[in-house]
Design a protein around this ligand. Structure first.
Ligand code: ZN
Length: 114
């Protein structure tokens, strides 16, 4: 977690279990990418009140998440990362050696976020 709460970061949430049709690779989800300017945004994801439908669905099913990685950036970078997709390849919870690339940069794991 950035010490300056006003720092904009893009974060990758990794859920402990996927939801959707597991037999169809493009029809299930295990990640969510967002950006925030306060820790209250993550809190609202945790308690299911952030207004993001897929996050609410994970919460409804009782599936917890970890913040898998963060990178400096705001809504523009968030949109570019979402367009690129393939979150699993960049997720250190999913793969031993996650990709970095120019969007995510070097792997940064938030301190103390579990
Ligand atoms: Zn993952």
């Amino acid at each position: 977690m950035p010490r300056n709460s006003r720092t904009m970061v893009v974060y990758l949430l990794h859920y402990r279990e996927p939801i959707g049709d597991l037999s169809r690779p493009r029809m299930f989800a295990q990640h969510y990418v967002g950006s925030y300017w306060s820790e209250s945004r993550l809190t609202s994801h945790r308690n299911g009140t952030s207004g993001v439908p897929i996050v609410a669905e994970f919460h409804r099913r009782g599936i917890p998440f970890v913040v898998a990685r963060i990178t400096p950036g705001g809504k523009t970078l968030e949109a570019r990362i979402k367009t690129r997709g393939h979150f699993r390849e960049y997720c250190p919870e999913c793969v031993a050696v996650p990709r970095n690339g120019r969007l995510w940069g070097d792997l940064v794991r938030p301190d103390g976020v579990r």
